[in-house]
Design a protein around this ligand. Sequence first.
Ligand code: F6R
Length: 247
Amino acid sequence: MRIIEAKNYEDMSKKAAEIIAAKVVLHPNCLLGLATGSTPVGTYQNLVKKYNDGELDFSKVRSVNLDEYKGLSGEHEQSYRYFMNTNFFDHINIDKSNTFVPNGLTEDSLEGCKQYNELLHSMGAVDLQLLGIGGNGHIGFNEPSHEFKKEVHCVQLAESTVEANARFFASKEDVPKYAYTMGIGNIMSAKTILLLASGKEKANAIYESFFGPITPKVQGSILQLHTNVIVIADEDALSIAKEKGVF
Ligand code: F6R
């Protein structure tokens, strides 16, 4: 595991974009695992800039996303499909038919999970999986639990996650309560994992995930067992690890 300290959000985003860009240059037909949320927005912006500067070609790149709210269509402004289109895909030359996000409108949860899981298996190993991390240590929407779920599943969002995500909705009541998410096994089968964290509200999650015991109560802690993890965290996100003298 490599932990790279970034000065701040901008610096984290630049460094992350460099790593993803290098993957696309080396493997033009790579499979990227992508994330939504506030954390990767700057990374996507940097990648779009590199594309506009003629440095990158996404025409053969394929992508799979970590998760999607259950009940939201891809046209809903808070859906993760909409996020991916507006923050990234609409601005680069990726073939959208090669980009995959769980279908939030599949009502039958078992069927929704089965479909996305089969799709993931059919695509082969993800070359580089981008991750953010929740304040409670969640990755994807794998919330604190007594177990690590292996494959795609439908999860009830933790109260703290609903509250954290309410900022994007008119009210807390409008935040969907369930989501489809890749399981920990799906995430761990990526060849490389790139986890980003910025801000003091992530400091405890970073400390517990990378310097604490491996436990499903902090789902990110499982990443300590992956052989190729890169963490780019800014000074604030590393503040507790530094205070405790472990970084
Ligand atoms: C997003 C995802 C989540 C977020 C996490 C952090 O696809 O799977 O695990 O990465 O909730 O969210 P932000 O970046 O908004 O702090």
